[in-house]
Design a protein around this ligand. Structure first.
Ligand code: F6R
Length: 351
């Protein structure tokens, strides 16, 4: 059941600290300063990594690919529906990672089959034991989020992000003790975000907007895309997510006093994103900053939603939770069918 929550989505958002703990359990050891994933014990990485995924899982893949590159591993992302294993370089050194919570998405399955035929090593990052993706791939890493009933992916996204952070550790020669320490603290920090209620008020302030913009750079860029996707899915409102620097290359023309802009401003490139915030502010748009540096942004933002600092790589995971709650509360005020949005299915088994 929904354990007293009005919707599975809200229940699952609130289950995220637990989902994270399950995902990290016996994999991240602060004592030994190691990241070990039993399922991947004999995985030997040699060549480049290609991610294939759809929707929210694609956003997780974008985030993960950046983590891998920062560890010195060449990594690229493909929308599974656009992946054509015959038209890109693949060797037996290529590792193709299918990110799919259900393990049943037809587009992702077809990309993984193509990768296997082309001779790549394949890995499924999934929530479902024995799923099609788990059976298709040479390796499988489980994200252990627990069952997700709401059509909008929430806790599986957070678990995918954490699993990808661990994968970046497994695939790289050097283990970052900073990443290990920060991963261990993340479930408690996520709980702190859930205990804040400011976002509900923001949702009701902007419930009548015609469109919502989301911007972020670096690890926050995929979170901006995810914020917009979640908003579209469950509120049926127009929403767009951009890498913050892209705004001035076109989309800025759409910004007016009527377009609230949610700006993800965390980590060391906060000042740069603030520059983009000034651009939208000059057009009179309300700016809602999601940040770990409230004193820095206060002067430019109409509202501030705070998140704990978890380092440049992990704070975006916490910022995303504020955006999940934002979409949820907007959809709730609008009386939408939150757990089963129109036209959507939990697992998409047609190409
Ligand atoms: C959005 C959502 C979808 C899925 C996509 C891929 O909330 O759930 O965008 O992320 O259909 O699904 P999986 O991860 O099962 O392959």
């Amino acid at each position: 059941g929904k354990s007293g929550y009005d919707h599975y989505m809200l229940k699952e958002i609130n289950e995220q600290p637990l989902a994270l703990r399950q995902c990290l359990r016996e994999r991240v050891s602060e004592l030994e300063r190691t990241i070990t994933v039993d399922e991947l014990a004999d995985l030997e990485r040699r060549g480049p990594v290609q991610f294939v995924a759809c929707g929210t899982s694609y956003h997780a893949a974008l985030y993960g690919a950046r983590l891998l590159r920062e560890q010195g591993i060449p990594a690229q992302c493909f929308l599974a529906s656009e992946y054509d294993a015959r038209s890109i370089p693949i060797t037996d050194e290529t590792l193709v990672v299918g990110v799919t919570q259900s393990g049943e998405t037809a587009d992702t399955m077809s990309a993984l089959r193509g990768a296997n035929q082309a001779g790549a090593t394949t890995l499924a990052l999934t929530n479902v034991v024995g799923s099609s993706a788990a059976r298709e791939c040479n390796y499988v890493m489980y994200i252990r989020a627990g069952p997700e009933i709401g059509v909008a992916a929430t806790k599986t996204f957070v678990s995918q992000q954490a699993a990808l952070a661990m994968l970046s550790g497994v695939l790289s020669e050097t283990h970052s003790s900073e990443l290990i320490r920060r991963l261990r603290r993340l479930p408690d920090q996520l709980q702190q975000v859930l205990d804040e209620s400011a976002v509900r008020e923001i949702a009701s302030t902007y419930v009548d907007a015609d469109a919502y913009f989301f911007i972020g750079r670096g690890y926050n860029a995929p979170v901006a895309l995810e914020g917009a996707l979640k908003m579209k899915e469950i509120t049926y409102k127009h929403a767009e997510g951009f890498a913050a620097g892209e705004l001035k290359h076109g989309p800025l023309a759409l910004v007016t006093e009527e377009t609230p802009v949610f700006a993800l401003i965390t980590g060391p490139n906060a000042a740069k994103t603030l520059g983009n915030v000034k651009e939208v502010e000059a057009r009179g748009a309300p700016v809602i900053a999601v940040t770990d540096q409230p004193e820095l942004v206060e002067q430019y933002a109409t509202h501030v939603l705070e998140v704990p600092a978890a380092g440049r790589r992990l704070t975006p995971i916490l910022a995303n939770v504020q955006l999940q709650l934002l979409s949820y509360w907007v959809a709730n005020e609008l009386g939408r069918s939150i757990d089963k949005p129109r036209n959507l299915a939990k697992s998409v088994t047609v190409e």
